[in-house]
Design a binder for this molecule. Sequence first.
Ligand code: FAD
Length: 407
Amino acid sequence: MGLASAWYLAQQGLQVTLVDRHADVAQETSFANGGQLSYSYVAPLADPGVIGKLPQWLLRADSPLRFRPRLDPAQWRWCLEFLRACNDAQVRRTIGEMLSLSYLSRDSLDELLAAHPLDFDLIRTGKLVVYRDPAVLAAAAPMLDWQRSLGADQQILDGTGCVALEPSLQAVGGELAGGIYTPGEATGDCLRFCQGLKGFLAQLPNVRLALGTNVQALVGERQRVVAVRTDQGDLPADAVVVAAGMFSVRLLKPLGIALPLYGLRGYSLSVPLDAGMQAPCLSVTDAARKVVYAPLAQHLRIAAMVDMGVSRADVDPARIALLKQQVAETFPQLDLKHAQAWAGIRPSTAHSKPIVGRAGDFSNLWLNVGQGALGFTLALGSAKLLVAQMIDENPPIDPSPFQLRAR
Ligand SMILES: Cc1cc2nc3c(=O)[nH]c(=O)nc-3n(C[C@H](O)[C@H](O)[C@H](O)COP(=O)(O)OP(=O)(O)OC[C@H]3O[C@@H](n4cnc5c(N)ncnc54)[C@H](O)[C@@H]3O)c2cc1C
């Protein structure tokens, strides 16, 4: 979010300083995510169907969701907001709002790549979501009609059709009820994308990269931020964009701004693609297990799981063992011996919509946070929407669904 925001601000001719605590960009949540540019799969996690599934998800050891209750008011407030968002009317509204943002992102990526070619293992072969349970596939159909009416191009396939499209699914072909294929979806390597953007920014005379610089606080004076306090000294600023993932919460708290973000830990495996290994060529999602597979140039990236109630991006060996078992059941031909495990914390709002706009009453403080499970997908659209608001230009889409609301 920070890189994309810096890019569009720099395109306006503004003087931009990009501050990050690491020596390189994308060393936290954007490092090894699922690689999905999932423009049509923007449905919120908070869905009425989730409530019925919660008991089994919470009790089963092999559940995609693990919940550790904490004596933490932020956790309970977030969970209450999540449950409140689990209604059909809100889900439909959110999908419409999120599609407007994701399609803006898709168009922005096309526009960026046309002017600035960038190799980040982009593959536009579409996404196939496979279902084992016919009832679950049937239940997905009405939402498909709704999404179609908003511009999504999606087709339903039977099990044989899924294997014909993605032959690496052969081992589970008999178990598949069918799938939904979305030709417009893509995959790519988020780290490489971020490093490419950094390279573009580094060539611009109006951009300074302050990497290896830890932000300690925002210095506020009468509803304005006058400087960013870092371990290298204060950086005076006319305007500040906070895009620090979950750390944004701690940064804004002293200014009296309560960001409604909660961290949802997830995991990925990067499996080296050896010659002759029959790996998926399409982006595949195993709907029942909530596992996504993205073919990158050198690796197959596999991502899954939501752990609630953890604050560190630690790899839990038990969760990785479970993920490997689930992968082996679907793609037994994959060699997982050298798979690289990774964990990241998705900075998530309860309704799954990011916060892209002004920070409360602060006139020059801006937020680009809370993209949750879709930060790679939504990055360019979010940044474009943010910058239009910052420079007081007609926004490309309605910004109101993405504003920070008073709680
Ligand atoms: C397992 C998993 C799979 C995912 N799969 C997908 C996917 O397939 N598709 C998709 O679209 N999204 C996916 N996501 C979500 C996506 O990765 C995130 O939404 C996105 O990376 C968030 O980007 P960000 O810029 O908000 O946060 P980050 O990438 O974490 O960036 C925040 C930056 O702020 C810096 N920072 C923080 N604190 C400070 C400080 N005090 N001083 C200086 N710098 C600081 C950090 O160093 C970091 O570089 C996935 C996430 C996970 C965990």
